[in-house]
Design a protein around this ligand. Sequence first.
Ligand SMILES: [Zn+2]
Length: 326
Amino acid sequence: MADALTPIAWKTKTVLDAHAHYYGGEPAEHFHRLIDLANFTKANLMAITPQMNDLVLARKRERPGKYFIFGNMDHDQEKIARGDGDYLVPQIERLMERGFDGIKCLEGKPSLRKEWMPHAFDHAYYRPFFACLTKNKIPITIHTSDPLDFWTDPAQAAAYRDYHPQEEYFRQAEAILERHPDLKINFAHFLYLSPQLERLERLFERYPVFSVDLAPGGEFLYYLSDDPARARAFFLRWQERILFGTDLSDKNALKHGRAKAEVLRLFLETGEVFHNPTAAAMGRPPEVGSNGRSEIQGLDLPQAALDRIMFANFEAWVSKEPKPAA
Ligand SMILES: [Zn+2]
């Protein structure tokens, strides 16, 4: 399978991954190779813990001009208990001074809500945080919810029984938009709304600033394949609100990471019907989505839509070039 490890040939001149990670599990050199194999012009590395902030900053220093970085807040348990989030504002300012391009927020993930973050995003604790980001036009990617089937899959249902229902996470997403309509916010993983496409459409209509990214949670690949004509019309209509993203990380073997990019190339650029190559790259049988579908139908998007989704939307949202590391 040596031929599988050639760099991906994309249709767009620039490929900018809005949603990638360097976790620090593998050497930096492995990660840079992975990015080269996926053939990304640029990538946005998002820290999901405060400890990872230094790691993504180091990657940015190693390859100037290549990596945008989004930093993570260092939440304090005592301040959380008091519901006072003012201290987060200087943290944002410090990150911006150090060369961060935006903020990443993972604590809308159900497991983290249960483990250490009792507050919903519309709690007063978050108000100074979102107000600072809005005022300074700082972009943020938020993870809220998880895939629908995590609440029903027998292997995970025991844990998810103790979490809020999925609907609560959608309520919070809309509450953020309602309170901060000008916040430059991206919801990761298609906001897990592919099973409710009409609902995402209503949010796009009502709140004109936010976007969603395509980092799998691959459920959207299967749900959107149920009605490819409708999915294609959705992507054409909302082509300025969708960001290319892979969730590629240093933890991925080269073959696996390449497949995480390739599945989105097949989905966006081609009209092919295919199985998710990520499963094959890990030596597994074809993955089956929670709607029971294993075949994915490519959208065959026109070049203008590809250009927006693959890089121009991110450039308009964040910047054409990453900030220099301080
Ligand atoms: Zn991610």
